[in-house]
Design a protein. Structure first.
Length: 480
């Protein structure tokens, strides 16, 4: 998912959030939502009226669909206020329905909170049971709503926003980057391992107020689009509280080892986002170079699977000196295939998406680079399309290691039986997807290319070495 928040009284925060979410669209395409806080007005905005009526101070619009489908100028104009929280969703827990869309809005004795969550709790079931025993009126089955109710429960027991939020965060295990709107300010945090990214930016200086106009976003591309300056990352286990007095930081957990999801780096985040002070484009170029060093091939052309395989393919081409070519043209308006929730939709999605260029491919030995091989469906279709278009040989190189384990922290890599590399050898996979040769980047190569401490990443989907313990029952749901 993508999360976004802005505190900027006097600005059109709904519009800023709209553009921020637009830049974060790749992180979730099922639903989009914005909540804004304004004085004491009452309103509800939902085209289909399927959002519960809300009380004081918060305006909310959330619907199924892309950001551009959910919001119009008219709707944005009704989302008034100086503080906004936004979310783009793809489901890892809870089904793909509008009740599960975010922000999740919950009433408390201190007014409504609006919560946007990226990540996945591993103790969601336990937390939910506890909350139900405390009589929480849960409307959905999402872990995100449980976090919202946990905060509300703490606040209603007499705590203030900060203590209440901290009490709730301590009940959560797993991955959570959170942006929480309250009538008193914006609350932001990351889990103690910082598995999902979250960055803070500042809006450009303004005559009226130079101190407290802040933006938070899952990735820096969400800051760039509204011309905000990157300030810093939210630290793992840090709570950031933003209100009219500016930005305050409270540490609520010992900084455990950082475990940023390596999949964010190799695939999920946008290539123009910065992590570790460089663009992921540069990192992905290095992955491709390393891939070429480890796995050369005698071919005529190197191509990337658009868009996510392209930077690594360019890196591969530069290192191997094999010319880079575009042999597949992508329809940019089709969402990422894997985000669609059902297998049949996924299969249809690929056919809509890529078209091979016959005159580039005919008679050529092609090496095609992709960032990851998860289920193998995309690859099999692409390879067939390339051969049908006249390629004489098709070799595949993957700029990450074989995905052998499911993710429990918020990336939808499915259960283990869906992962092609969990049961098959590289030769068997090559046979199944129909390539002349197949090779993956080594785990060491992937981590080396980060140029930072390899210990500071989660790479459990390649190793099964889960940094946050996953309860047995939860493990069993996805492991073979
Ligand atoms: P697959 O092998 O699953 O058919 O497709 C792999 C391709 O789709 C890669 O290009 C990758 O960018 C993307 N992809 C598909 N599904 C997933 C997924 O669940 N997680 C990630 N990270 N990437 C996926
Ligand atoms: Fe990322 Fe894989 Fe770890 Fe999940 S298991 S957080 S996808 S590295
Ligand atoms: Mg891809």
């Amino acid at each position: 998912c993508g999360v976004f928040g802005v505190y900027a009284p006097g600005e059109d925060v709904a519009k800023l959030t709209y553009f921020g979410l637009f830049a974060l669209q790749h992180r979730g395409q099922e639903s989009a939502g914005i909540a804004t806080y304004e004085g004491t007005s009452v309103s509800e905005v939902s085209r289909y009226r399927n959002v519960a009526p809300l009380d004081l101070q918060v305006h909310l619009c959330k619907e199924m669909g892309l950001v551009t489908q959910v919001f119009s100028e008219q709707i944005l104009a009704t989302l008034k206020g100086g503080l906004a929280v936004g979310h783009t969703r793809y489901s890892t827990t809870g089904s793909s329905r509008v009740v599960n869309a975010q922000p999740a809005v919950v009433q408390t004795r201190l007014g409504p909170l609006a919560l946007a969550h990226n990540g996945n709790l591993v103790n969601a079931g336990i937390l939910r049971e506890e909350l139900l025993q405390q009589n929480a009126q849960l409307q959905t089955t999402t872990d995100s709503e449980s976090i919202a109710f946990a905060v509300a429960e703490a606040v209603n027991s007499g705590m203030d926003w900060i203590d209440g939020a901290i009490a709730a965060f301590k009940r959560c295990q797993g991955a959570f980057s959170l942006v929480i709107g309250t009538p008193a300010g914006l609350l932001v945090t990351r889990d103690p391992n910082g598995i999902r990214p979250l960055v803070i930016g500042t809006l450009p200086d303004d005559e009226r107020d130079r101190t407290s106009r802040y933006v938070v976003a899952s990735e820096t591309c969400g800051l760039d689009i509204i011309n905000a300056d990157y300030l810093r990352d939210v630290e793992p286990g840090e709570l950031v509280w933003i209100n009219e007095q500016g930005l305050h930081s409270v540490r609520w957990a010992e900084p455990e080892t950082r475990k940023l999801c390596i999949f964010e780096m190799i695939y999920f985040a946008r290539p123009d986002s910065l992590m570790h002070e460089e663009s992921l484009y540069s990192y992905r170029l290095r992955l491709g170079k390393q891939l070429a060093l480890e796995n050369p091939a005698d071919v005529d052309l190197v191509m990337g699977v658009p868009d996510s395989g392209v930077p690594a393919a360019i890196g591969y081409s530069r290192e191997s000196k094999v010319p880079y070519a575009e042999g597949l043209i992508k329809n940019r308006y089709v969402g990422r295939t894997f985000i669609q929730p059902t297998q049949s939709m996924r299969e249809a999605g690929i056919r809509m998406k890529l078209n091979p260029l016959r005159d580039v491919l005919v008679g050529k030995r092609i090496l095609i680079v992709d960032d990851s091989l998860v289920r193998g469906n995309t690859s099999r279709k692409i390879v067939k399309a390339l051969r049908d278009a006249g390629a004489t040989e098709v070799h595949m190189r993957i700029s990450s290691p074989p995905v052998t384990h499911p993710c429990f922290y918020g990336i939808d890599t499915d259960s283990q039986d869906q992962l092609i590399a969990a049961t098959k050898t590289v030769e068997e996979i090559a046979h199944q997807i129909g390539v002349d040769s197949l090779a993956y980047l080594s785990w060491e190569g992937m981590l080396q290319a980060t140029q930072t401490d390899p210990e500071s990443f989660c790479s459990a989907c390649f190793t099964g070495n889960y940094p946050v313990p996953v309860p047995e029952q939860v493990k069993r749901s996805k492991l073979m």
